[in-house]
Design a protein around this ligand. Structure first.
Ligand code: MSP
Length: 471
């Protein structure tokens, strides 16, 4: 029996088109998914779009489209972007899919019957951009900390509430116990623990005035709060996608830091209430800044994945994302530094190694050796901790650069043929394993390298370079 591995990305709002932030989470999830597949696991990789709620309804209205048509069109743009980046998701979920809506209703019925839902009045602040209720304390200069340019609105309506506070003690003890803790990295675990200990309030889970949403099964005048609807996607996909029932609970929810509370507290409490097992791990990464500034449309510095693929190719874009991935702290990126990194690591270091070795080997009429292929334990440790920048850095420093050094120092072109062949054959064995380790990151490149250095095949140098140098 293959081991199961269920990995998810956030489902993205369709009010905006995919940018490098969305692409980072999705690409990293793809690398992890490919890695576990390559290790022989049975992987279910889920991504998709979040399509209900006030923000989407307003965006559709602004675009003068009915909400469903609008969602169909923008959701498609995410699929197109993921195709360009070679994202190997197994299923793309959309929250307007009736099969998802059905599971949402069943889920809510379950926690309703548990006695965890009651009617009350919500009076307070709301950020439409976040689709989130805010407290006075959370405001920065009167604005949402994540959306300083948008207005926080005042809400007053009848809502149904979920007894979130009831689950706080249980969540605290789960998170405090290293055996059952599910929040990573450590800094994020501490942050949530401290917040939970401050004391938490119940949360509103329905909206009376928002029409674009799933009707509450026991009171059709209300729709389900978009975040509750969205979180359930992770579970609903395992209910209605064929053959995926056994994949719940998820092994890894990969998310950005701004949606940590929803995933580590609200979602977990909902699952506890519904009597369902909890996901093993929730990993929150940090954010990209662009040349030292916050990425925003108004600053005009948004980087789109399609542009990256156009410039650097799919693997180039994937490499640049993985090496700059804001694994723990915010990380800076920008066109100029991406180009430098591409030229240094891909065009020069890796690209040169492959073309030099292939050319020398061809001249020596070499037949490719049969090396063993496996993940280096150093790679495994870093990838499994999601530290992809460290994993690639290690591969480049200790393997790729090292092979180039061996070439430079041993100068096989100055050696007698037999000796030169031995040197090159040894490097090829290394390259074959480099390619194996690179495959989850740079699938197309790895395939090309495998083709050139296929064991037992007579070596012929490729006509084209792997990564053309950029000016
Ligand atoms: N729809 C919700 C998520 C629901 S999940 C049940 C949502 N969508 S979103 O479109 O706003 O996407 C948020 C996610 O995009 C972040 O959690 C993160 O994964 C990614 N990023 C958005 N901006 C980012 C950066 N500047 N940098 C890195 N990732 C960022 O929230």
């Amino acid at each position: 029996m293959k081991k199961k591995f269920f990995i998810t990305t956030p489902i993205y709002y369709v009010n905006s088109t995919p940018h490098i932030g969305h692409a980072a989470t999705t690409t990293v999830a793809d690398i992890i998914a490919r890695y576990y597949r390559q290790k022989g696991n049975d992987v279910f990789f889920l991504t998709g779009t979040d399509e209900h709620g006030l923000k989407i309804a307003q965006a559709a209205q602004k675009a003068k489209k009915d909400p469903q048509t609008f969602c169909d069109q923008v959701s498609e743009k995410f699929k197109v972007a993921w195709k360009k980046l070679n994202i190997s998701y197994d299923f793309f979920i959309r929250t307007t899919d009736p099969r998802h809506e059905k599971v949402v209703k069943e889920f809510l019925e379950r926690i309703h019957q548990r006695g965890d839902i009651y009617k009350g009045k919500y009076e307070g602040l709301y950020c439409i951009e976040c689709e989130k209720f805010l407290t006075e304390k959370e405001l920065v200069n009167g604005h949402c900390p994540y959306h300083p340019k948008s207005k926080v609105i005042h809400q007053s309506e009848e809502n149904y509430f979920f007894r979130l506070s009831k689950y706080a003690p249980q969540l605290i003890s789960l998170i405090e116990n290293p055996q059952t803790n599910y929040i990573f990295p450590e800094g994020k675990r501490k942050e949530i623990l401290a917040k939970l200990k401050e004391g938490i309030e119940d949360v509103s889970i329905s909206r009376e005035k928002v029409k674009w949403g799933i009707p509450l099964p026991w009171d059709k005048k209300h729709t389900v709060y978009v975040w509750v609807d969205a979180l359930i996607n992770y579970y609903s996909a395992t209910r209605f996608v064929k053959g995926k029932k056994d994949f719940w609970p998820a092994n890894l929810h990969l998310i950005g830091k701004e949606i940590l509370w929803f995933h580590t507290v609200i979602w977990q409490a909902m699952l506890l209430s519904a009597g369902l097992p909890l996901p093993q791990k929730i990993f929150a990464h940090s954010f990209y800044t662009i040349d030292g500034e916050k990425m925003s449309k108004s600053l005009g510095n948004v980087i789109y994945p399609e542009e990256m693929v156009e410039k650097f190719g799919a693997d180039g874009a994937r490499y640049l994302i993985a090496t700059s991935f804001p694994y723990r702290d915010d990380a800076d990126t920008g066109w100029e530094r991406m180009k430098e990194k591409y030229n240094a690591d891909l065009a020069n270091n890796l690209g040169n190694l492959i073309s030099r070795v292939a050319k020398i080997g061809e001249r020596l009429s070499l037949t490719n050796p049969r090396g063993e292929r496996r993940f280096w334990p150093e790679m495994e440790a870093k990838v499994e901790n999601l530290n992809l920048p460290a994993a690639l850095d290690w591969l480049w420093q200790t393997k790729i650069t090292a092979c180039n050094l061996v070439l430079n120092q041993q100068k096989p072109w100055e050696k007698p043929k037999a000796e030169a062949r031995k040197i090159i054959a040894e490097i090829i064995v290394q390259i074959q394993n480099i390619s194996f380790n690179l495959a989850p990151f740079l699938p197309e490149t790895s395939k090309k390298i495998d083709h050139i250095f296929a064991p037992g095949k007579k070596l012929t140098a490729p006509q084209k370079v792997l990564f053309p140098r950029l000016k």
